[in-house]
Write a protein that binds this ligand. Structure first.
Ligand SMILES: Cc1cc2nc3c(=O)[nH]c(=O)nc-3n(C[C@H](O)[C@H](O)[C@H](O)COP(=O)(O)OP(=O)(O)OC[C@H]3O[C@@H](n4cnc5c(N)ncnc54)[C@H](O)[C@@H]3O)c2cc1C
Length: 467
């Protein structure tokens, strides 16, 4: 039977903490105290530094995989750390199935699209944006292996250490292997939510200026049991011009079935064979940094999507055999931290179509704010600016507060409106590619990535592209 404090600690923090406690448990003052424990001070411990890499990439989503592959192909000893059991982030664990703003890109993106299409033949979707989630998982793993990326899945970055020059020296993780530290010359934060940068103490913005509202999260699901021809008028990439608006039609259909989706513009995408992707859920005001909130959102969303699909099925043909193949491992998070960089991409850049001397990629995707306030609309908020094609500069990938940290993907430096446009995965990949290449060049020459001229990075990417 554990002592009073042991038992209380066990209840508050779990068995592992209780086991690690003997010297603390013997403190007489604490033993007499019956008030519920507010905090538990962990005993200091040594964390093994398990690897010295040139480049550590945290987060293996679209941006992180591109960063790791680019760094490794550029000759850097590269470590990729990912908390899920697969690579791809929203592409796979989130079941996205649809890549936006990829058409005008060079480098890894067109190769990825072509390879996904080749693997889906002969039943590939008519849309180049659609892909098969399972094929994506396998392809990303193959790319990392071929490039020589050292990968550890099931591993979450939970802390960071800096040296006396303020440079990041370690990313610290938790996994089944316990706590581990990973050292590198250059780090890339591709966690989507900017976890590594925030853990290292870098400044960031979150949500709208003022109220801090964020775009809703969404649970995307895969469906089957539908005949593409029969449901074409409801499907974004099968509809013909005479069918009218497929989202409105699907919304009306759901209403007819007696349910009203939390996202007012429910969307059905055709992927391949009889596989579809369905997005009809919005979870409002959920913090990407709060596990309890994300949990509740996940539970609510799963109930809702099942209810919506069950209701459709109840309508009979063409929905009679519709069923959910899978709900995602992780609910889709549109917004996390936007880490302060040496350049902040702004709404004004979109309005003017800003061109940059260190352009990583050209964004052609519009402002796309899923309304943070369901009382105003449960659809897309009206855009204040019309975006012209604009550049993402390399400086927006450079952390302002740490000399050897780059960001890639949705956590780069930008304002709320700009983020709503550049966040899509057709841009996350070239951002990752640039960050990974820059990190490798910096590590090779023992420089800060800030000191690597953009022309050198561009040249290295072009050479890799044609190599
Ligand atoms: C519902 C929804 C619909 C969308 N629709 C589209 C669309 O149709 N097409 C499109 O192109 N884009 C779409 N987007 C936008 C796009 O998916 C994201 O902006 C994209 O995820 C950006 O890629 P990323 O690599 O920055 O982030 P993510 O895909 O979020 O990847 C981040 C990765 O880091 C990992 N990670 C996070 N924290 C840690 C940690 N502490 N330690 C280790 N690993 C960590 C995660 O597990 C994940 O694998 C959509 C987004 C959502 C949420």
């Amino acid at each position: 039977m554990p002592s009073k404090l042991d038992r209380r600690t066990f209840l508050k923090t779990g068995a592992a903490a209780a086991v690690a406690l003997p010297s603390y448990a013997s403190a007489p003052a604490a033993a007499k105290d019956d008030t519920p424990m507010k905090a538990y001070r962990e005993p200091a411990r040594d964390v093994p530094v398990v690897e010295h890499a040139d480049v550590v990439v945290c987060g293996g989503g679209p941006a992180g995989v591109a960063a790791a592959v680019a760094a490794a192909r550029s000759g850097a000893k590269t470590r990729l750390l990912e908390t899920n059991g697969c690579l791809g982030g929203i592409w796979t664990a989130g079941l996205l199935s649809w890549i936006l703003d990829a058409g005008n890109k060079t480098g890894l993106m067109p190769k990825l699209l072509a390879e996904l299409r080749r693997r889906a033949a002969p039943t590939q979707s008519p849309s180049p944006s659609a892909y098969d989630v399972e094929q994506m998982k396998l392809l990303l793993e193959e790319w990392c292996a071929a490039a020589g990326v050292n990968l550890q899945l099931h591993t979450r970055v939970v802390s960071a250490a800096r040296d006396e020059s303020k440079a990041l020296s370690l990313a610290i993780t938790e996994s089944k292997s316990g706590r581990q530290a990973w050292s590198a010359k250059v780090f890339v934060d591709a966690t989507g939510d900017g976890d590594l940068a925030a853990l290292a103490g870098c400044g960031f913005d979150y949500g709208q200026r003022g109220a801090g509202l964020v775009q809703p999260m969404s649970m995307i699901v895969l469906l089957t049991g539908l005949d593409p021809k029969a449901v074409a008028p409801f499907v974004r990439n099968l509809v013909t011009s005479k069918d009218g608006n497929p989202k409105k039609r699907l919304f009306d259909e759901l209403n007819k079935a007696g349910v009203c989706p939390s996202y007012a513009q429910p969307t059905l995408f055709y992927i391949r064979d009889d596989l579809f992707c369905f997005m009809a859920n919005h979870e409002y005001n959920v913090s990407a940094m709060d596990a309890a909130q994300i949990t509740q959102a996940t539970l609510r969303a799963r109930v809702e999507v099942h209810k919506l699909v069950d209701a459709l099925r109840g309508l009979g043909d063409p929905w009679q055999r519709v069923r959910i193949v899978v709900t995602p491992e992780h609910i889709g998070v549109r917004e996390g931290r936007r880490i302060h960089g040496r350049y902040c991409v702004t709404e004004q850049d979109l309005a003017t179509g800003a061109e940059q001397p260190d352009a990583v990629c050209k964004v052609r995707f519009p402002v796309d704010v899923h309304s943070p306030d369901p009382h105003k609309t449960k659809g897309i908020a009206k855009a204040r600016v019309r975006a012209k094609p604009y550049d993402i500069p390399y400086r927006a990938l450079q952390a302002k507060d740490a000399p050897n940290l780059l960001m890639a993907g949705r956590c780069i430096s930008g304002d709320f409106i700009a983020h709503s446009s550049y966040r899509v995965t057709g841009n996350a990949v070239p951002m990752g590619e640039a960050a990974g290449t820059a990190a490798a060049l910096a590590a090779r020459s023992n420089r800060s990535p800030v000191d690597v001229p953009w022309e050198d990075i561009r040249r290295a990417m072009d050479a890799a592209d044609h190599g």
